[in-house]
Ligand binder design. Structure first.
Ligand SMILES: [Zn+2]
Ligand SMILES: [Zn+2]
Length: 399
C-alpha cells in the first residue's frame, strides 16, 4: 500500500515506511537548515548524523575526510557493498526568505539543498537499518563535508570511504525540475568546473595622451571578446562547453589610462579532452593578445572538480528502482554545466548521481535557483529521495 499524490499528471509512490517517518525527515532538514555550517566546519551537522546512525544500530566512523561520517550496515549474508552519499555543507550567503526555520547564522545558509540530502539519507538509513538481517551485502552511508568548492569527497576517499564499495549512488535535489521527476542519464551529467584569474599589465598614463601607453582596459576588452571564440569556434557544436568571465576590475578614473586589469572567470566542460582544449586555447589567446598589444598577461588556472560521469549499469539499476517511486517521472535527461565533487567517487568506482526534482508544481522551475538567497525546496522531494534509496537497496540487496 502506498500513498499516491497526483500533481500535473505525475504520480508519486512514496514508500509507506518513509511516509511513517516523514515528519522526522522534514524536521531534520529544517533543523539543519536553521543551523547551517560551511565547508569542513560541519561539526554540529556531523554530530546529528552520527548520533542518529548510532541510534539505528549502524556502525559509525567519524572524522573521515576531516569531519565526514561513514555508517556501515552489514547485512545477514555476504554480497555487494553499496554506498549512498549525502553532502552536509552550506554556502556563504545571507538568507532572505522569512521562513520559520530561517538560518540563524549570519551570512550562511543552505542554498544548495545539502540540508535535504542529509535528512533524506538519514531517513533512508533509519528504514534500511530495519532490513539488516535480510540484506545480502553491506550498505555504506557516506556523509561528507565541503562539497562547495573544497572537494570534501577527495578527503573522504583518501580516508578509505570507498574501500570495499562496489557501487555508489548520490542525489541532488534540483529546483530546475518539478517535484515527481528524476533527472538521470548515462555518461557526463555535470561538468568539469575550473576557474582562472588573468592579470593584464599595461602601461598607464594620461587619458588625453595615449601614445606611449599600453591601455590595460583596451587589452582586456579584446581579450574577453577573443576568449568567447573558444566555445563558439573551437568546440565541436555537438559537445557542450562554457566559458564565463565573471569579474573584471581595473582602472583609476575617467582621465587615467589603466595600467592593470584583473579578470576572473570559469571554464566548464563535460569531457577531459575539451577541458584541456579550453586551457590550451586560453594560454594561446593570452599570449597572442599580449604580444599584439604589448601587454604582459599572466594567468593562474585552478583545476576544479572533474566532470561527473555516470556509469551504465548503476544508471540502469537506478532507473528501474526510481521508476517504482515516480513512474514516468524518471529519466528526465537533465544535464547541468554545474560542478560536483561526486565526480571523484565515480572516477574510482561505478556510480550514478541523479537529480530529484524539488520545484513546486505551481512554481516556474527556474524561479528559485540554487545558490540564491531565497532558495528553498518542495519538501516532498525529500520523501521521494528517501524512498528511492530504500527501493534501490531493496532491489539490489534483498533477493
Ligand atoms: Zn551548490
Ligand atoms: Zn549542491
Amino acid at each position: 500500500m502506498t500513498k499516491k499524490h497526483q500533481k500535473n499528471d505525475l504520480i508519486v509512490n512514496v514508500r509507506p515506511e518513509i511516509l511513517e517517518i516523514q515528519e522526522t525527515i522534514i524536521e531534520t532538514r529544517r533543523d539543519i537548515h536553521k543551523y547551517p555550517e560551511l565547508g569542513f566546519e560541519v561539526h554540529r551537522t556531523a554530530g546529528i548524523v552520527s548520533d542518529r546512525l548510532n541510534s539505528f544500530g549502524i556502525d559509525v566512523q567519524t572524522g573521515i575526510g576531516k569531519t565526514g561520517v561513514v555508517g556501515t550496515l552489514q547485512g545477514g549474508k555476504d554480497g555487494s557493498t553499496i554506498a549512498l552519499r549525502a553532502d552536509m555543507d552550506a554556502l556563504p550567503i545571507q538568507e532572505t526568505s522569512d521562513i520559520p526555520y530561517k538560518s540563524v547564522h549570519d551570512g550562511i545558509m543552505h542554498a544548495c539543498g545539502h540540508d535535504g540530502h542529509t535528512a533524506m539519507l538519514l531517513g533512508a538509513a533509519e528504514i534500511i537499518s530495519k532490513f539488516q538481517d535480510t540484506l545480502n551485502g553491506t550498505v555504506k552511508f557516506i556523509f561528507q563535508p565541503a562539497e562547495e568548492g573544497e572537494g570534501g569527497a577527495r578527503f573522504m576517499i583518501e580516508d578509505g570511504c570507498l574501500d570495499g564499495v562496489d557501487e555508489i549512488y548520490g542525489i541532488h535535489v534540483w529546483s530546475y525540475q518539478k517535484y515527481g521527476t528524476i533527472g538521470v542519464k548515462e555518461g557526463p551529467i555535470l561538468a568539469a568546473a575550473d576557474a582562472f584569474t588573468i592579470t593584464i599589465e599595461g602601461k598607464g598614463g594620461h587619458g588625453a595622451a595615449p601614445q606611449g601607453t599600453v591601455d590595460a582596459i583596451v587589452v582586456a576588452s579584446h581579450l574577453v571578446t577573443a576568449l568567447q571564440t573558444i566555445v563558439s569556434r573551437n568546440t565541436n557544436p555537438l559537445e557542450s562547453t562554457a566559458l564565463t568571465v565573471g569579474k573584471i576590475s581595473g582602472g583609476h578614473n575617467f582621465n587615467i589610462i589603466a595600467d592593470t586589469v584583473e579578470l576572473k572567470g570559469t571554464a566548464r566542460a563535460y569531457s577531459e579532452e575539451n577541458r584541456q582544449m579550453i586551457k590550451k586555447r586560453l594560454n594561446e589567446i593570452i599570449e597572442g593578445v599580449g604580444s599584439t598589444y604589448g601587454a604582459k598577461i599572466e594567468m593562474d588556472y585552478w583545476d576544479g572538480y572533474p566532470p561527473t560521469v555516470n556509469h551504465k549499469v548503476p544508471v540502469e539499476k537506478l532507473v528501474r528502482s526510481a521508476g517504482k517511486i515516480v513512474g514516468e517521472g524518471v529519466g528526465f535527461p537533465y544535464l547541468s554545466m554545474g560542478g560536483e565533487d561526486f565526480s571523484y567517487y565515480t572516477q574510482k568506482i561505478p556510480g550514478c548521481f541523479f537529480f530529484v526534482g524539488s520545484s513546486h508544481p505551481d512554481q516556474k522551475p527556474m524561479s528559485v535557483p540554487h545558490h540564491c538567497s531565497h532558495f528553498n525546496i518542495d519538501e516532498r522531494a525529500l520523501l521521494v529521495g528517501s524512498s528511492i534509496y530504500v527501493q534501490l537497496i531493496e532491489d539490489l540487496l534483498i533477493k
